[in-house]
Design a protein around this ligand. Sequence first.
Ligand code: FAD
Ligand code: DHB
Length: 389
Amino acid sequence: MKTRIVIIGGGPSGLLLSQLLHRRGIDSIVLERKTKDYVLSRIRAGVLERGIVKLMEEAGCADRLHAEGIPHDGTLVSYGDEMFRVDFTELTGTPVMVYGQTEVTRDLYEAREKAGGRIDFEVEDVQIHGADSDAPYVTYTVGGEAQRIDCDFIAGCDGFHGVSRQTIPLSVRTEYEKVYPFGWLGILSETPPVSEELIYANSSRGFALCSMRNPQLSRYYIQCSLSDSVNDWTDDAFWQELKRRIPSDVADKLVTGPSIEKSIAPLRSFVTEPMRWGRLFLCGDAAHIVPPTGAKGLNTAASDVHYLHEGLCQFYETGSNEGIDRYSEKALSRVWKAERFSWWFSSLLHRYPDQSPFDLKMQIAELEFLRSNKAAQKAMAENYVGLPY
Ligand code: FAD
Ligand code: DHB
């Protein structure tokens, strides 16, 4: 087989890239290790920046997003029983959109299918060959049959545990990592959200987040220990703990119910540099991970897709290498700012095992500064709604 771009990974990065390229007449083949249902069952991000909304529009996939997504003009931040609001629209002119990653992925799959785009599911043993040559190709097996695709370029959109990053020799790549000493336990429940806007909560018992997917579907998270497993937490224990971490007047209004999904995610900051090796480009979680505080994971994956898509279009439409040559540098410049924001927002809101009384005072001072200072709020809001591409 032959195609212009082989895209490894059928998550949001791979699908969005494939659909955007298709709109500009550039063909690609997507290889996904899991089934479509499996990919769609992963509950992940919930807040979209304007940048990804615009990319979904450009991809011709934004109708449902505009019909069902909920624009949010601000967010609430609480500490103990205190709570304040940061107004994104007033401070930056831009709201964010609450619309789940699952829905983004569903819309992209639908568009790829409608366009007759090729996605091979349940592929195994994907291997990248000749990425540093002029004739790269990818081999894999599917349904027990060996396959080979020759291509111009390879997009590694295969997440943190994929093969693409590992294909880049260790002598070429540098990895930066910070592992946090806690995780997030998240549940999805068919209950009305406790608040119209998200609440990011700092409490003496640890972080909590009240989020949502729609007016009848809530998403809540609490900071948990890395040694906890989902089975340690009954629904009842989760609700009790959540109530202790949010202001009591909010807790009194919380509607609880059975969870329909429950999972634990570890928190990590990670970046690999460069994001390009020859004809292989890394996109999204394959190249970087942020702790989820601030919802930058999916949004940063989308900005990579934007830069790569622009570079590839420029290459095919004008013959210029400039966009692809500058891809890694441009993407990383924005990635590091998202890393900084996610690290800062995580540090502001979580309880760390080794936190001293001084450190706790610093957290409260910073929260009170944010509460009272418009310039600090503006800096936070600009990062939250997404820095420009
Ligand atoms: P992925 O979504 O990881 O997609 C990669 C795809 O590649 C997967 O479908 C995988 O099956 C496939 N793949 C992997 N290896 C291979 C292979 N060898 N061959 C073929 N296919 C392969 N972000 C937020 O903003 N908020 C959140 O609340 C949030 N929660 C998260 C919870 C968890 C448990 C995780 C893991 C991430 C979370 N994120 C969150 C981050 C966000 O979901 C990711 O940033 C986003 O999914 C990145 O998209 P991606 O397409 O780059 O990678
Ligand atoms: C969600 C997750 C986040 O990490 C975040 O900062 C906001 C919302 C969510 O899943 O709804």
